[in-house]
Design a protein around this ligand. Structure first.
Ligand SMILES: [Zn+2]
Length: 333
């Protein structure tokens, strides 16, 4: 049995909830329609699974999705906007073509889903910035980032929620963005999976080789188990351990390896009383939804065993940051 006095470690889940705003620079709505509509079905299904297994998760949500209609979207946009050198990165280019509301345009609005998430047990609403802001792209200033983040947090307040956890789009950030986040009232951020394969880079600097190695790392152990303890910094960093790759029929023969990799990671985290942080996008489950949910449920079944045997917990990012802080404080006394 585990001792109730020892921090047992836990699984953190964060979801980057963005719908089309997260993929618009490389996929049109028509290209990605099945995933985007499927995400709207997959989210309630994920919430049911989370409730069944007592799972807590952080939903880092793009601020634009909070808007009820186009009038609110236009009124909420910051005056200071990023002027990306790569102009297609700017979501403000799309404002003319966005529909009126969630019913007519389920790809760019999601207030009903956000309310469903907020009312589900154990779920934390976090932010993924207002506009899916790319901190490291040329033309993005820290001042524009801060203006963007403030707007995202205001939309949370309107819903009665103080958003405290941040996931940076495309995992791009530097020290100055961490400071700006803290100024805005962010308590914790998802920092990047450690190791040179996972260092944040602007999109043009990513190589196919690095992407290939990251893919291989999902199946065989190239980068270790990536479990973590809290570092006590402000805002608290809750490092990613692994991206939960979506089901791919061309790679399904290797899915037992992919599963084994994650279950071994969880075992290692529980053994060391550390944090294991899985993340993905709801739209990753929008296609092959049944297969993806089955894969997730097998992970959650394993977590339930570790919880019974070792007290291994399930946390939102904020809970992990607060638990880690308490543990750190205790160890400093
Ligand atoms: Zn994103």
């Amino acid at each position: 049995m585990h001792s109730p006095n020892v921090n047992p470690g836990g699984l953190v889940i964060s979801l980057d909830f963005e719908l089309h705003w997260g993929v618009r620079d490389h996929s049109s709505v028509a290209d990605y329609r099945e995933n985007l509509l499927g995400a709207r079905e997959a989210i309630p299904a994920m919430l049911r699974l989370f409730e069944k297994y007592g799972i807590h998760a952080t939903w880092a949500t793009v601020g634009m999705l909070f808007c009820e209609n186009k009038q609110e979207l236009l009124a909420s946009a910051p005056a200071l906007r990023p002027e990306y050198r790569l102009a297609k990165l700017s979501p403000y280019l799309d404002l003319d073509s966005v529909g009126e509301d969630e019913v007519s345009d389920p790809f760019h609005y999601a207030p009903s889903l956000i309310r469903t998430i907020a009312s589900a047990p154990g779920q934390e609403l976090g932010t993924h910035t207002f506009s899916h802001f790319y901190c490291l792209e040329e033309g993005a200033t820290v001042a524009a980032f801060e203006a963007d983040l403030e707007k995202a947090l205001q939309l949370g307040t309107k819903l009665g929620v103080q958003l405290k956890s941040l996931v940076f789009p495309r995992n791009q950030y530097g020290e100055e963005h961490l400071h700006a986040s803290q100024r805005c009232g962010i308590t914790c951020v998802r920092s990047n999976q450690q190791g040179s394969l996972y260092n944040p880079r602007a999109s043009g600097d990513e190589s196919l080789f690095r992407r290939g190695l990251r893919l291989a790392d999902a199946y065989v152990n190239l980068s270790g188990h990536n479990t973590h303890s809290s570092d006590g910094k402000r805002p608290a960093r809750v490092p990613a351990s692994r991206f939960l790759r979506p089901y791919n029929p061309r790679l399904c023969a290797a899915d037992s390896l992919r599963m084994r990799r994650i279950l071994h990671d969880l075992d290692a985290a529980a053994e060391c009383c550390e944090i294991y942080h899985l993340w993905w996008h709801p739209h990753n489950f929008g296609r092959w939804t049944r297969e993806n949910l089955e894969f997730l449920e097998a992970i959650l079944r394993h977590l339930a065993v570790l919880r019974d045997k070792k007290g291994f917990a399930s946390w939102t990012m904020l809970e992990a940051a607060e638990t880690g802080t308490k543990a750190n404080r205790a160890s400093q006394l």
